[in-house]
Design a protein around this ligand. Structure first.
Ligand code: ZN
Length: 155
């Protein structure tokens, strides 16, 4: 296991950026249209920024206009945990990482057919493992595709 998901609060604070800590550990919400993955249409798997747990696929990402990355479903229902959230005068369903318990965002019932769900997720809670591209031309091993295959970014 590359990261132990059972960290203390101080360890999380040290391991995460201030924005990641505020979202993941303090259930914060980033400002709309501020997150790096809102308008990012790269192909790959979105993982938990805290523990690396696979969460969402770019194939399920859609343009919701909400200002946050939006998905029609998680990669697996067991990859996320759901809790009722009655803060801020609303009844919402909170989405958490099932592995480390980090706050990711909320899921709403106003998504596109056929599933009708909108998983509204903070960019700061996500990392992106881009799709592994085919091996670069051996004649040019340092080409841009070779670098893209190993790129991993965080929100
Ligand atoms: Zn996690």
């Amino acid at each position: 296991m590359k990261d132990d998901p059972r960290k203390t609060d101080g360890e999380w604070r040290a391991a995460l950026s201030p924005e990641q800590y505020r979202v993941l550990r303090q259930k914060g919400t980033e400002a709309p249209f501020s997150g790096r993955y809102c308008a990012d249409h790269s192909e790959g798997t979105f993982v938990c920024a805290a523990c690396g747990n696979a969460l969402f696929s770019s194939a399920d990402k859609f343009e919701s206009g909400s200002g946050w990355p939006s998905f029609t479903q998680p990669v697996g229902r067991e990859n996320v945990a759901l809790e009722s959230d009655v803060t801020h005068g609303m009844v919402r369903t909170e989405v958490l990482c099932s592995r480390c318990g980090g706050h990711l965002g909320h899921v709403f019932d106003d998504g596109p057919a056929p599933r009708g769900q909108r998983w509204c997720i903070n960019s700061a809670a996500l990392g992106l493992e881009r799709v592994q591209l085919p091996a670069a031309d051996p004649a040019d091993p340092s080409g841009p595709e070779a670098e893209a295959a190993t790129e991993r970014t965080f929100g």
